[in-house]
Each structure stands twice: as structure tokens, then as C-alpha cells.
Design a protein around this ligand. Structure first.
Ligand code: FAD
Ligand code: NAD
Length: 466
């Protein structure tokens, strides 16, 4: 049995853990990171990156198909329909993942972080055991960061296996399901459901709530619903999955009126949320405080045990890679002796549907629920020249500001490519911008970003292009 000691031990090399380890290494903290799978975690291997690769491939395929069917208004036509080799698409996606895996390992090595490959188990709050390829490794540390992430929620009456798959399997299918039923119309269900519809699957989404993407307000979701309809995606809201039909080729659902229906399916993709990986061996023995199913942390990501931190999905919502990374960076700096605390004003969220939804800060309803009087300005992409030239007129940018002093409380958008406005939105809120600051910033023309300036002008009562 080998034993090593370090100042900081990070368990899990997802976006939270690997960023924490790199930053700690940069600051000269003697750091070890343990990873059971591949570097990059859920995000890089079976989440953010592979899903966006598949979404991009599907967008390209759909565009070419429109041209081949004479549906493109651009004057471009093709004389044969495109064909799809999904195995080749997945191999391309795997290539990107592989390059990024190697990139993360390289960055860790450059920061002089020791990487231990294997599954960590707690012996006590400062010691873990890792079964590696070369035998048992014991690691003792002054400080420990739990960054073990999350996994898909499994419905007890619809366990994963056979035709019932999670996002992980959906991202590695090498043949296209003819009929795909998606259970759960949230982030993953709609991102992947849309991609498979564009690739040619007949897609049905079953969502328990009254609206798909129930975390967003109806105004933001409407253009997505419209596009799902245009793509031929069947959306059954208020529907609950009940189980697999006896032949395994259909999903039984119950609709709002209490009636049961059978939905024929080659694959059933269950995307009803994710749960924290708190089942790590020895974790229960530490008796860490919980917040629901998650580990409870304070504004420095400290758990209830001295010297034990937790970051990323294991600490709760929003389960987003950039939140995990920001927490990781903060904890590394705290571990190095710097004074840091969580002082972020917003964590932007993007849903990569078609069109995309972007939200930073408070929506008008959230602001009002917080007792704030607000001023709201909205500018449609149908009045933005660049959007017109890109066939991207659906959607809008919305500004939510305090009525008394015009400080920006929230920025939202729905439209093609709005994810790229996330940095401008977050920067404005983080810097405490007033609506006048956005309105007075010269925005390059012609860009879709001009819609942000126009929405700010609209909030002030004098938009120029509407
Ligand atoms: P994870 O990325 O889950 O990493 C945890 C790591 O810990 C894993 O590598 C795991 O192997 C390792 N581990 C667990 N237990 C042990 C142990 N005992 N010993 C050693 N190692 C262990 N977020 C976004 O912000 N944008 C997106 O576009 C986006 N798209 C997504 C798409 C999909 C399909 C999915 C599933 C998720 C998506 N997410 C997205 C969410 C994002 O992936 C997570 O929020 C993020 O990965 C969380 O990072 P983390 O470091 O907390 O955990
Ligand atoms: P989600 O919470 O986004 O959506 C789950 C959906 O399933 C909800 O709309 C819920 O009402 C519905 N649901 C729950 N039980 C159901 C049932 N029995 N039958 C029918 N519908 C049911 O969860 P997800 O899509 O699995 O994604 C998990 C997390 O991963 C997200 O919360 C997000 O944090 C992260 N993620 C982020 C991105 C992104 O940032 N673009 C993309 C994918 C995933």
C-alpha cells in the first residue's frame, strides 16, 4: 500500500474539480486530484461538449435538408437529399472529447498537480483510499474538496437498460432511433430531443409540467415551442410516464385527463433531472450536513466539517459547469490563504434549444416576487438587420431594471445564437450597470448584439429602430 500526503486533495476532475486543482497548483499549493473516469467529468465527456457537438451536427444536417427539399429562402438548392452517417458524427464528437481530455490532463500537469486515477473512498475526513491499477493508494491531505458531480435521475418504474436510455447513451447512439420518446422536457430533453428531430427521428416529448422548460417564463419559451411544432416534435405537457409496455416497444403515459396512452418508441430517453453523487464510499461516515439531497455549503463552499469543501453539482442548483468552475477557482484561492467569498451577482444560464434561451439575473416576475418595482424593455430580433440576414428573426432581448434607479437586475433573450450574448449580459449585471450604461455603449453594426442596446433604449423610452 502506497501513501502520499498533500496540502489539497480534490476528488473528481469535472469542471469544478479540475479548475480547483489547476488554480491551486498555479498558486503553489501542493495538490493531488483523484478521478475515477476521464478528466473533464460529466461536462466534457457526456454533457456540455458532446451535446453541443451533436446539436451543431443536427443544425447543419437540417439546413442542408431544407435546401434539398426546396425550403430554403436563400436561393440555394440541392438535387439530392443529404445522408447521415451517425457513427461518423459520433466519432467526430469523440475526437473533440479526446482532445479536450488530453488538454485538461496537460493543464493539470503544467500546474504541477498530481493526478491519481481511480475511485476514491473516504477513510476519514482527511484521508482517502484509491484502488489504482498498480494497487491501493492512500492519500492524506490537510484540506479536501469533494467535487464528485451528479448523475441522471432514474425513474423506478422506468429503469435504464434496453430501450430506456439516459443522456449518456443518447450521446453515443450510432444508429438513429426511428421513434424517440423523451420523458422530461427540461434542458437535456429539449436540447437532445430537438437535435434528434433535426437528424430525422420522430420525436415525442412527455413533460409533467404545464409547459416545457418550466424553469423559464412563458414569453421566453414561446419561440422554442413554435419551432418544435415546425420540426414536427409532438409535445405532451401535463403527461406522466407510467412504465414500459410489456413488449418493450412503447411507453405508457397518463395524460392530464387521467387516461392512459401507449407511445410507440424505439428508444425512450429519460431526462427528468440529475442527482448528486453522494454515494461515494465513506461519505456517509463523515456526517456532513445536507441541503435536501445535496451537500450543504456556506459562501466559501465549506461543508460542516472543518477543512472539507464541496463544489459543483454535489452542492445543488444551478447544476451548471460554469458555476462549478467559479466555485473551484474560489476554493483554490481560499486553500492558498487568500480571502475569498461567493459574491457573484448572477450565474447566466443558456438552454441550447432552437432558438436558444439565455437568462442572467432576475426575470420580471422574479424581481416583482422579491418586492422590487421594475421597468422592463424588450426589443425583437425582427427589427434587427443582422438577424434578418441570418434568417434569425424569432425572439427578443429583454432588460429588467429597478424602476427607481435603472440598475439592471436581469437580462434575458431568446433567439438564434443568443448564447454568445451571455458574457455581455453577465458582465453588465456583475459590474452593476445601469440601463443608461448599456444604452450609451456603442454596439458594432450590424450585429445581433445591437438588440441589447435597443432593449436598453426601449427601457428608457426611446428605442431608435422600432
Ligand atoms: P462532474 O462534471 O459530474 O464531475 C465529477 C467527476 O467526479 C466525474 O468525472 C466523476 O467520474 C468523478 N468522481 C465521482 N465520484 C468519484 C470518486 N469517488 N472518486 C474519484 N472520482 C469521482 N452545464 C452547462 O453549464 N452548460 C451546458 O451546456 C451543459 N450541458 C449539459 C448536457 C448534458 C447532457 C448533461 C448531462 C449536463 C450538462 N451540463 C451543462 C451540466 C454540467 O455537465 C455539470 O453542471 C457539470 O459537469 C458539473 O461539474 P462537477 O465538476 O460538479 O461534476
Ligand atoms: P431539468 O430539471 O432541466 O428537466 C427535467 C424535466 O423533467 C422538468 O421539466 C420536469 O418537470 C420533468 N419531469 C420530472 N419528472 C417527470 C416525469 N415523471 N414525467 C415527465 N416529466 C417529468 O433536468 P435535465 O434536463 O435532466 O437536466 C439536468 C440538469 O443538467 C439541468 O437542471 C441543468 O442544471 C443541467 N443541464 C444544463 C444544460 C445547459 O446549461 N444548457 C444542458 C443540459 C443539462
Amino acid at each position: 500500500m502506497k501513501e502520499i500526503s498533500c496540502k489539497l486533495l480534490v476528488i473528481g476532475a469535472g469542471p469544478g474539480g479540475y479548475v480547483c486543482a489547476i488554480r491551486a497548483g498555479q498558486l503553489g499549493v501542493d495538490t493531488v486530484i483523484v478521478e475515477a473516469g476521464k478528466p473533464g467529468g460529466t461536462c466534457l465527456n457526456v454533457g456540455c461538449i458532446p451535446s453541443k457537438a451533436l446539436i451543431h451536427a443536427a443544425e447543419e444536417y437540417e439546413k442542408i435538408r431544407q435546401m434539398a427539399e426546396g425550403r430554403s429562402p436563400l436561393g440555394i438548392s440541392l438535387h439530392a437529399p443529404p445522408s447521415l452517417d451517425l457513427a461518423a458524427t459520433i466519432a467526430w464528437k469523440d475526437g473533440i472529447v479526446g482532445r479536450l481530455n488530453a488538454g485538461v490532463s496537460g493543464l493539470l500537469r503544467k500546474a504541477r498537480v498530481k493526478i491519481v486515477q481511480g475511485c476514491a473512498a473516504f477513510r476519514d475526513g482527511k484521508t482517502v483510499e484509491v484502488q489504482t491499477e498498480t494497487g491501493m493508494q492512500v492519500i492524506r491531505a490537510e484540506m479536501v474538496v469533494i467535487a464528485t458531480g451528479s448523475k441522471p435521475v432514474e425513474l423506478p418504474f422506468l429503469p435504464f437498460g434496453g430501450p430506456v436510455i439516459s443522456s449518456t447513451e443518447a450521446l453515443s447512439l450510432t444508429t438513429l432511433p426511428k421513434r424517440l420518446v423523451v420523458v422530461g422536457g427540461g434542458y437535456i430533453g429539449l436540447e437532445l430531443g430537438t437535435a434528434f428531430a433535426k437528424l430525422g427521428s420522430e420525436v415525442t416529448v412527455v413533460e409533467a409540467a404545464a409547459q416545457v422548460l418550466p424553469q423559464y417564463d412563458g414569453e421566453l419559451v414561446r419561440p422554442v415551442q413554435k419551432h418544435l411544432q415546425q420540426l414536427g416534435v409532438r409535445v405532451l405537457t401535463g403527461g406522466k410516464a407510467k412504465g414500459l409496455a410489456s413488449g418493450g416497444d412503447a411507453l405508457i403515459i397518463e395524460t392530464e385527463d387521467g387516461k392512459e396512452h401507449k407511445l410507440q418508441a424505439d428508444r425512450i430517453l429519460v431526462t427528468v433531472g440529475r442527482k448528486p453523487n453522494t454515494d461515494m464510499a465513506g461519505l456517509d461516515g463523515l456526517d456532513l450536513d445536507r441541503s435536501g439531497p445535496f451537500l450543504r455549503v456556506d459562501d466559501q463552499c465549506r461543508t460542516s466539517m472543518r477543512g472539507v469543501f464541496a463544489i459543483g453539482d454535489i452542492t445543488g442548483e444551478p447544476m451548471l459547469a460554469h458555476r462549478a468552475m467559479a466555485q473551484g477557482e474560489m476554493v483554490a484561492e481560499i486553500a492558498s490563504g487568500l480571502k475569498r467569498g461567493w459574491d457573484k451577482r448572477c450565474i447566466p444560464a443558456v438552454c441550447f434549444t432552437d432558438p436558444e434561451i439565455l437568462s442572467a439575473g432576475l426575470s420580471p416576475d422574479e424581481a416583482r416576487r422579491n418586492g422590487l418595482e421594475v421597468r422592463v424593455g424588450q426589443f425583437p430580433f425582427s427589427a434587427n438587420g443582422r438577424a434578418m440576414t441570418m434568417l434569425a428573426e424569432d425572439g427578443f432581448v429583454r432588460v429588467v431594471a429597478r424602476a427607481d434607479n435603472n440598475v439592471v437586475l436581469g437580462l434575458q433573450a431568446v433567439g438564434a445564437g443568443v448564447s454568445e450574448l451571455a458574457s455581455a449580459f453577465a458582465l453588465a449585471i456583475e459590474m452593476g450597470a445601469r440601463v443608461e450604461d448599456i444604452a450609451a455603449t456603442v454596439h458594432a453594426h450590424p450585429t445581433r448584439g445591437e438588440a441589447l442596446q435597443e432593449a436598453a433604449l426601449k427601457t428608457l423610452g426611446h428605442a431608435l429602430h422600432i
